[in-house]
Write a protein that binds this ligand. Structure first.
Ligand code: SAH
Ligand code: SF4
Ligand code: F3S
Length: 476
């Protein structure tokens, strides 16, 4: 039997096992309910990227099936932090919030605290928690998240801290319960892990090697979601452009998109993230011809200096990036392009920052996330000499941010007066007579309307531009 086929059978067996653990956990939760005289509550807090957000929906699905009621407050009976470690400030926030949880747990001895996600894949973090945060009940990592039901169960059956961390995995377990945050849109993992090893980045170490899901599993999941009311999907992977390379029957990302496009009832397709080095002409063609792929491409630049890009191991030059952006603007003029930029990578000079600013001006990003370089232990960049001093980084960061905001504002204004379709996402937080919708190019628009339209795609006239969003009104 082929290895892929064996994997599928093992995965199915594992799914059945995990459902058995959900039932076992449900008995414990039922007992707790009787003891408390009310339904036990749970809270899932997510740090980090869309991939973590999707993982949290899986955690929530299992907790709800086990009998917990999901609440927003962190003084619940079961609290889980799904952590991120891409930059150090994400880690610091977790430690701060853990202190608060300890206070809640003193008042509620039945409370259980769990930690999972990327930060837990770092041995130094585990040491620190074992030493200073003894009140944590369960710790697991990114590779065995599919075992959550089993681990949840073990927190009822074991005393003390349960720790289960794996170094890596080649396993993908399908068909576990998921509880979506939004009924009308959903993230879909198309691949896990990353093989790029950009020299500053910890993701490949904490998320493991690149693995693609089989296209039939992806299509089946999306088809089921559409039957359940989903109109927009976001295909998730650290580098979606290298999707399918290691499948038994290799397939390109562009080919996958063509298949997804055919799913009836699905209205919008987004994806994230595209690595510039792997963005093919075939993909540009598919985006251009597609009626469903949204007019938004997130194309992380990181730096505009070819020298820094080389040290970052990004495997493209400033010129190659600019040529690619130009080609996309030429082929698909209404495509919004957004990016990520890092300021303060080791060895970066003010001249390098000027190169980055030059790219920002030339590409005219519709939006850009600018980050201060954060040293991640274990990555090649952490060992590089000439780390940049804080005040030089700050000056460069402020400069880039200013240009980024100016170009983004200019780009967003371009569509004033036009009518575009918006997916209605929610009632506006500040003014409940307004709805908030998302345009295909990812810009938000607020307009008068009724909550019954949530999840529908409507035509909106973009009347006024307020910096990064529009005020508008619906038209037939
Ligand atoms: N796979 C995606 C990005 C994942 S991390 C990609 O390649 O684009 C999201 C963003 O965090 C990155 O694009 C990068 O800009 C930023 N980032 C990653 N590591 C960082 C670090 N050590 N310091 C600062 N920013 C970092
Ligand atoms: Fe990190 Fe680079 Fe992989 Fe993105 S492509 S996750 S930045 S190593
Ligand atoms: Fe953070 Fe892990 Fe995502 S480190 S950015 S949550 S993949």
């Amino acid at each position: 039997m082929s290895t892929e086929r064996t994997q599928v059978l093992l995965s199915q067996e594992e799914t059945v096992r995990q459902y058995e653990f959900i039932e076992k956990a449900a008995l414990h939760v039922q007992r707790l309910k009787e003891e408390l005289g009310r339904q036990p509550t749970c809270c899932v807090t997510t740090f980090g990227c869309q991939m973590n957000a999707r993982d949290s929906e899986k955690l929530t699905g299992i907790l709800e099936r086990a009998g917990y009621q999901l609440i927003e407050e962190e003084n619940a009976d079961f609290v889980i932090f799904n952590t991120c470690t891409v930059r150090d400030n994400a880690n610091q926030r977790v430690y701060g919030r853990l202190g608060v949880l300890n206070g809640y747990k003193r008042k509620n001895p039945n409370m259980k605290i769990a930690l999972c996600g990327c930060m837990m894949q770092e041995p130094t973090v585990i040491e620190k928690i074992k030493e200073s945060y003894r009140f944590v009940d369960l710790i697991f990592g990114t590779h065995n998240i599919y075992k959550f039901a089993e681990l949840l169960n073990s927190t009822f059956e074991n005393k003390g801290m349960v720790i289960d961390i794996w170094k890596d995995t080649d396993k993908i377990v399908e068909d576990l319960p998921v509880e979506r945050k939004y009924p009308f849109k959903s993230g879909i993992n198309i691949m896990f892990g990353c093989n790029n090893f950009c020299s500053y980045c910890i993701v490949p170490y904490v998320r493991g090697r690149e693995r693609s899901r089989r296209p039939e599993d992806i299509i089946r999941e999306i088809t089921n979601l559409v039957a359940d009311g989903v109109v927009e999907v976001m295909l998730l992977g650290q580098n979606v452009n290298s999707y399918g390379k290691n499948l038994e029957e290799p397939m390109t990302f562009a080919e996958l998109l063509r298949k997804i496009e055919k799913i009836e009832g699905l209205e919008r397709i987004r994806f994230m993230t595209s690595h510039p080095k792997d963005l093919s002409d075939e993909l540009i063609q598919v985006m251009k011809e597609s009626k469903k792929i949204c007019r938004h491409l997130h194309l992380p630049l990181q730096s505009g200096s070819t020298r820094i890009l080389k040290d970052m191991n990004r495997r493209y030059t400033k010129e190659q990036y600019l040529a690619l952006a130009e080609k996309i603007r030429r082929e698909i003029p209404d495509m919004a392009i957004t990016t990520d930029i890092i300021v303060g990578f080791p060895g970066e000079t003010p001249e390098d920052v000027e190169e980055t600013i030059d790219v920002v001006r030339k590409v005219n990003y519709d939006n850009a996330f600018t980050f201060i370089y954060s040293k991640r232990t274990g990555t090649p960049a952490a060992a590089m000499e000439n780390q940049v001093s804080e005040d030089v980084v700050k000056a460069g960061f402020d400069k880039v941010l200013k240009v980024v905001q100016d170009t983004a504002r200019e780009q967003v204004t371009k569509y004033r007066g036009m009518v575009m379709d918006a997916l209605v996402e929610e009632v506006n937080e500040h003014d409940t007579t307004l709805l908030t919708g998302r345009l295909s190019n990812n810009t938000l628009v607020h307009f008068p309307g009724d909550a019954s339209l949530i999840g529908k795609i409507v035509n909106v006239s973009l009347d006024e531009c307020h910096g990064f969003y529009y005020m508008g009104h619906m038209v037939d």
